[in-house]
Structure formats: C-alpha cells, structure tokens
Design a protein around this ligand. Structure first.
Ligand code: SF4
Length: 426
C-alpha cells in the first residue's frame, strides 16, 4: 500500500565490527540473536522476548547492536518536527485507569475549547514555524456527530497548508459511532476534510488481559488494529506506539512490537514507532493502586531495552524509532539517541496529556534546543515534516553550547553504567 525502502546489504563482518568485544559478554543465545540482527535477519517475537530478558551485563551489547542497525538503516541524522499539540477537550468518561488527563464535565479543570480558539492556535503555530498541529482530546459525550470533521475543516480553513495529524483510533472509533458510519466511511470523510495522518496512540499494550486491566477493554486490540489498518487502507498514515512500565512485561512488549510489524508488512502505513513510558506520579492506576503490583514506570534499563529492541525487531519495516522527550525529559531523550533512536519527535509548544499524568518536562522544546540535544549526542540535526520529508538541515549553523545538559560517554559500557548505576558490569 505504502512503499517501503530497503537498504543495501552489507557484509556480516562489516556489521559485527562496531560490536568490539561486547558480544563476548553475552550468553550464546543472546549473542546468536544479536548476530542475526546485525546481519539483517528478522528478530522473531520469541527472540525479541529473549532480548527483553537479557541480563544487565548484556545490555551494552544490545544497545550497541541497535545503534549499529540504526546507523545502517537511518544514518547519522536525527530528525524532529515543529508541531503544536492542541488538546481540545479533557472531558472523558471512558475511565481508563492509567489516565490522569480525563475530567468530568462539572470538574473545575474541565475544558472544551472552541473551534475558533483551535483555529487561532493553529494560526499562531504556523506563524511560529510549525508545519503540523497534533489534535487529540477526551471522548466528550456531548461532541456533535460531525465534530471531528468540523474541527479539521476549521483548521484547514484558517491555515490551508498546515498538516493536520489528529484523532487516535479510540477517537475514530468513538466518532464513527457518533456519526453512525462504518469506520472506513468515517475516515474518508475526515480525509476529505483535510486530515493528513493519525497518531497511533491508545494502543497501550495490544494484549487482551493487559487492556482489560488498563482500559476495561473498551477499545479492543481487534478494534485498534482494524481502525489502523482501515486508516492505512484509505491513505492515512499513522504513527505506532506502546505504553510500557505498569502491569506489563517482556512477553507483552515483544508480542506488541511483532503485531505492529505484521501490520506494517501488509500496509506500510506506519511512519514511526514511539515508545511511551508510563508516567505514574499523577496516574490513578498508580496513586490509587487500582491494580495490585502496578509499577512506578519503567526503569532506565527498560527504556534502553525498549528503544534498542524495537530498533532490532522493526528493522527494515519501521525504520524511524522516536524517543519521547515529554515522557523522559531532554537529558534522557538525548541519551537514548545511542539506543537505536533516530527521531526526537515534536517541539509541541503546549502539551497537557503527559503533564496531567505527572510528567514534569515542560511544554515545549524549541528547535534550537532540539538541535543542541542532537549535537550533544554527536549526530546531525534535521527538521522534517510529519511524513519524514526533510525540510532543513543545520550544517551551516554555529555549534551551540550544551546548556544544562551533562555530557555523557558514548561508549556503551560507560553509558549504561552512567544512566543505570553500577549494577551493569562490563
Ligand atoms: S486515555 Fe483517553 S479515552 Fe481513556 S480516559 Fe483518558 S482521555 Fe479518555
């Protein structure tokens, strides 16, 4: 459906060279999986799970392998997009247990901003250099049946060239029910109105048992997959995501990535994969201990694994691996550029969903800060649009200083030690 590009095959010894002596630190099983990944073979779900279960001692090798495959598939550039997030309402009654964003209509913090205000914000964003607005909101029970279409029309009328990236599969599912239309017809209506692409959010973990615990399974795995496949079918590309670090584990992570890969093999519609670490501090799931055993988010080791192993499992199929600075903060996001990542996502301008769940990493990272962060990792910054077309490089610009960032080693052993503590033995 969408075209995928293949890279030139390279000799195995060329690909193994950057590993130095790291493979000798691995058990034969992990070593074998990393060698096959480095030689361009596909990492299966079971092998992915084995990598997620690798020991701290093996983590440096997993990370270096991911960095090597990243270099082969995506080069040394790191991209970002200038985008404004517009969360048009926070009213929602779906009751997802992890959600700290949703409010009831009568709550003091309840918000539903007017279409005029949404269009105005899009205009301001355009004037500041944004090429995309990303619009998502709660599933407000009072939304009129044509609300989503009208919202897109309002933005496109105000700023015709703005790329509208909007509506999660959950919102599409809700909107199609409101509009009393089959999903395909509903998506075609949105596309005709000017919708450019969709966020592949609301995926959480695509596993029945985990979804029952997190979201009461209102949007089932089948419904999420069906909505995304239909979007790709009608020509709307989407991102793909995972939310990890709560009641989930290695088997769920590997199966989730494997499922996304199988969709991509059929449709080619995913632009990128974005791991979203669970932000626990204001989340009812954690604060109210709604599920026994719920964790306070992923560890740094798990963040490294998620980005690295996603790169290894998705190689050739989804070659843009994004790190979310909103969830992790700029410093850690910069660190993870060494773990298979080639994209820093959006500047955002104002974001409220993660902040509502307790993330405290601000509302915006400017283009200058993005460039600084990328250079700090020793890579080349590129500004892109939503669909990964290159818009600007910064080769002629003066280098910028590191600001408050603390320089860290690019050596995988030193790196893993510095960000996870001394538990990782070289
Ligand atoms: S995650 Fe989305 S659908 Fe679920 S309660 Fe929050 S706003 Fe509503």
């Amino acid at each position: 459906m969408f075209e995928l590009h293949d890279a030139q095959p390279r000799a195995a010894d060329q690909l193994l060279k950057p590993m130095g002596g790291l493979l000798s630190e691995c058990t034969p099983g992990v070593r074998e999986i990393l060698e096959l990944a480095l030689s361009g073979e596909e990492v299966s779900r079971k092998q992915g799970e084995a990598l997620f279960r690798c020991s701290p001692r093996e983590l440096s090798a997993v990370m270096r392998a991911a960095d090597t495959v990243r270099k082969q598939r995506s080069g040394d550039e790191v991209s970002f997009v200038v985008v404004r997030n517009i969360n048009f309402t926070n009213v929602c009654y779906m009751g997802c247990r992890f959600c700290g964003f949703a409010k009831r209509k009568e709550d003091a913090e309840a918000q539903w901003i007017s279409m005029e205000e949404v269009a105005h914000r899009a205009q301001v964003a355009w004037d500041r250099g944004a090429t995309e607005v990303c619009m998502q909101g709660g599933l407000h029970p009072d939304l009129p049946p044509t609300y989503y279409r009208d919202l897109v029309l309002a933005v496109k009328k105000q700023v015709p060239n703005m790329h509208v990236h909007a509506f999660s599969p959950f919102e599409v599912w809700f909107g199609a029910h409101k509009r009393k239309m089959p999903t395909k017809e509903f998506l075609l209506e949105l596309k005709d109105a000017g919708l450019g692409s969709m966020p592949g959010t609301a995926a959480e973990i695509l596993d029945i048992e985990v979804r029952k615990q997190l979201t009461r399974n209102k949007l089932t795995t089948e419904a999420w997959v069906d909505t995304i496949r239909t979007a790709h079918e009608v020509g709307l590309r989407s991102t793909s995501t995972i939310m990890y670090g709560h009641v989930d584990g290695p088997s769920h992570w590997a199966a989730h990535i494997d499922l996304l890969r199988s969709i991509q093999k059929d449709t080619g519609g995913f632009t990128e994969f974005v791991p979203l670490g669970f932000v626990h501090s204001e989340s009812p799931l954690y604060v109210e201990k709604a599920i026994p055993g719920v964790r306070a988010g992923a560890t740094m080791e798990e963040h490294i694994k998620m980005h690295s192993i996603a790169r290894l499992m998705l190689a050739r199929w989804i070659d843009n691996i994004q790190v979310s600075w909103v969830k992790l903060g700029a410093q850690r996001a910069g660190d993870l550029l060494h773990a298979g990542v080639n994209d820093l996502g959006g500047t955002l301008m104002d974001e409220s969903i993660s902040r509502s769940a307790g993330a405290d990493f601000g509302e915006e990272l400017t283009s200058t800060e993005m460039v600084r962060l990328i250079r700090y990792a020793g890579r080349r910054p590129v500004r892109r649009n939503t669909l990964y077309e290159r818009l600007e490089d910064f080769d002629d610009h003066e280098p910028v200083d590191l600001g408050t960032l603390k320089p860290r080693s690019h050596d995988p052993i030193q790196f893993v030690r510095s960000v996870t503590g001394s538990r990782v033995v070289p």
